[in-house]
Design a protein around this ligand. Structure first.
Ligand SMILES: *Cc1c(COP(=O)(O)O)cnc(C)c1O
Length: 338
């Protein structure tokens, strides 16, 4: 089952020729940490393209592992700029690896993966991509887009249960990764060698998670693969935006840079609004919101992914409308920033 899952994952990115895929026990962040510690040499220098909380988490991991880390800051509402990256790389030859978060789940931004990959390839730097919340829904093609490592997990757009991650590693850089990791359990080179040799996981496997992911990937293919998944999430996203706009809510991001994965809304500027009360009222109707993850503004988030369709999303918007009414807030233009 593990071999079949691994082959299916390589199918999704068209990566059989160029990459291997290494599964790892744990939540998605375990695989991010594993990718960074396996790929980046001890004297490497990582540049994190920063536009949100997951970027800052990646930077923290790099620093904790004792590798040199720099940030290129784009704020929380702007996509990563490939030209600014190119300039920075041209100024600083010591940068060995660039980290990009494909969909920055804190605000919901979709970053320009292809353009960033091109800049890194032209300048001979490694690219490590956290594609946790985009993998399976947004197109990623290893034949067109060069990355040294790309990280995702079982539980987001593949709609498996959470509990394991996986990292695509470019075959051309795999050999050099031997001995780089300062962690035993997070060493993906070792994990890969062991799995190739024995077909087994190096340590106790997350058995039920593997079985669930195998089934989830069978359904993924039956339902039409990446294109169909993106179409369903886009439908969810459009239903959400239409319904919330009618209630007076304003999305935080420019729609041009918004991924149909998770949407950040401004909190209503009404004196009766309180996130905890709002959350509890929506939850009582069977739907869970995400708190906002921005540093300055009061916001909340709604996820568009998972085994839900536009009908479910319509129901969620209805639950939000009823919850606003509970709080004495009437729908309309007042429910966003002036
Ligand atoms: C969900 C997510 C992760 C991983 O989170 P875990 O809670 O460790 O599974 C990492 N990066 C991004 C961009 C994510 O959306």
């Amino acid at each position: 089952m593990t071999s079949s899952v691994r082959a299916g994952l390589l199918d999704i990115v068209h990566g059989h020729d160029s990459h291997v895929v290494v599964p790892l026990q744990g939540s998605g962040s375990f695989s991010v940490e594993a990718a960074l510690s396996t790929l980046v040499p001890r004297d490497g220098h990582v540049l994190v393209l920063d536009n949100g909380a997951y970027c800052k988490r990646a930077a923290r991991i790099v620093s904790l592992m004792g590798r040199r880390c720099s940030l290129l800051d784009f704020g929380e509402a702007t996509v990563v700029d490939p030209l600014a990256l190119a300039q920075r790389l041209d100024q600083d030859a010591s940068i060995s690896h660039v980290v990009l978060i494909h969909c920055e789940t804190s605000a919901g931004i979709l970053n320009p993966l292809q353009a960033v990959a091109d800049v890194c390839e032209q300048r001979g730097r490694g690219l490590i991509v956290d594609a946790m919340s985009s993998f399976g829904a947004m197109e990623i093609d290893a034949r067109k887009t060069r990355f040294d490592a790309l990280v995702a997990a079982s539980g987001k757009c593949l709609e498996g249960v959470p509990g394991m991650g996986f990292v695509f590693i470019r075959k051309a850089v795999l050999h050099a990764c031997e001995g780089r990791s300062q962690s035993l359990v997070l060493d993906l080179y070792d994990q890969h060698q062991y799995m190739e040799k024995t077909t087994q996981w190096r340590f106790t496997p997350p058995t039920h998670v593997v079985v669930a992911l195998h089934e989830a990937m069978t359904q993924y293919v039956e339902q039409g693969g990446q294109g169909a998944r993106l179409a369903r999430y886009t439908d969810n996203y459009c239903t959400l935006i239409a319904g919330m706009t009618q209630l007076g809510f304003k999305p935080f991001l420019d729609p041009a840079i918004q991924a149909p994965i998770i949407v950040t809304f401004h909190a209503p500027e009404h004196p009766a609004y309180d996130f905890k009360t709002f959350y509890a009222a929506v939850r009582a109707r069977g739907f869970l919101l995400y708190p906002g993850k921005l540093t300055q503004l009061e916001t909340f988030r709604v996820g568009c992914i998972g085994a839900i369709d536009a009908h479910d999303m319509g129901q969620a918007v209805h639950a939000i409308a009823l919850s606003l009414a509970d709080m004495g807030i009437s729908p309309g233009p007042g429910n966003g920033p002036a």
